[in-house]
Design a protein around this ligand. Structure first.
Ligand SMILES: [Zn+2]
Length: 258
């Protein structure tokens, strides 16, 4: 076929229609394909405490994935067999909680609880890189570096490294969340206290956040422990009143590429 030959009328209209059809498909495709968001938490329950209301809200229009780096149990001084059961129980609770938040898929790694500092940072970075490459998230939500918990601190370092903007990077936004009984207990430190600069209105989803937290029977404490249902509600109210909302979750924005 001579590509320089003039085209006939029917072929001309066919080409226009095809272009229009592709244009329509593309706009529809953009519309139906959800943006992928990845929440990377050190332990099961951190995701609910840190951004459960936001996850439930964003899950209405995005695909949310949760990655847990640590098993979250074995530092608790229980014998081996019950320990295995406790790890499985916590995983089950995490599955249930994330189902309530409408999370698309939950991933579990098994770094040792409260001992992330016994693992070379590079090993943790490489694991996170694998998930970032596999999922291709546009935004990542993770821990604040100044938390009291060592696993939270190391998760922060590892995520920032794994999501660095090199090559064909997918992560356009990194948000840090606060976790009750860790962020406010970090005290003055070299990373500084948690200072939010992004607030998400969770007035519609605070109920779902509390429901999701109820799944973590082994993690909830009694008020006035911060990790109590009352504590979670009080923090959401406090963050809300800082910006004129009933309930909010607060974040510290690391990077946003628009
Ligand atoms: Zn934690």
């Amino acid at each position: 076929m001579d590509i320089d030959a003039p085209i006939g009328f029917s072929q001309y209209y066919r080409q226009i229609l095809t272009t229009q059809y592709i244009y329509f498909l593309r706009s529809y495709y953009d519309f139906v394909i959800f943006v992928k968001l990845l929440v990377i938490a050190a332990h099961p329950d951190d995701e609910v405490l840190g951004c459960g209301g936001t996850m439930a809200k964003l899950a209405q229009e995005n695909d949310i994935y949760t990655l847990f780096l640590g098993e979250g149990v074995t530092s608790r001084g229980i014998p081996d067999e019950p320990k295995k059961q406790a790890v499985n129980q916590l995983k089950k609770e995490a599955e249930d909680a994330n189902k309530k938040l409408n999370v698309k898929k939950v991933f579990f790694e098994n770094f040792p609880d409260n001992r992330f500092d016994t693992v070379p940072l590079l090993n943790i970075v490489k694991v996170i890189e694998r998930y970032v490459q596999k999922i291709g998230p546009e935004a990542v939500y993770t821990h604040h570096a100044g938390d009291l918990n060592i696993d939270h601190q190391i998760t922060h370092r590892a995520v920032i490294t794994a999501a660095r903007p090199i090559g064909d990077y997918s992560v356009k936004k990194i948000m840090l969340f606060e976790v009750l009984s860790s962020s406010e207990w970090g005290g003055p430190n070299s990373y500084g206290s948690f200072v939010p600069n992004v607030y998400v209105d969770i007035s519609e989803t605070i109920g779902v956040k509390l429901e999701a937290m109820r799944c973590y029977k082994s993690e909830i404490r009694k008020y006035p422990h911060p990790r109590s249902l009352e504590g979670i509600k009080i923090l959401a109210q406090k963050r809300g009143l800082e910006v004129g909302l009933k309930f909010a979750e607060a974040f510290s924005l690391v990077r946003s590429v628009e």
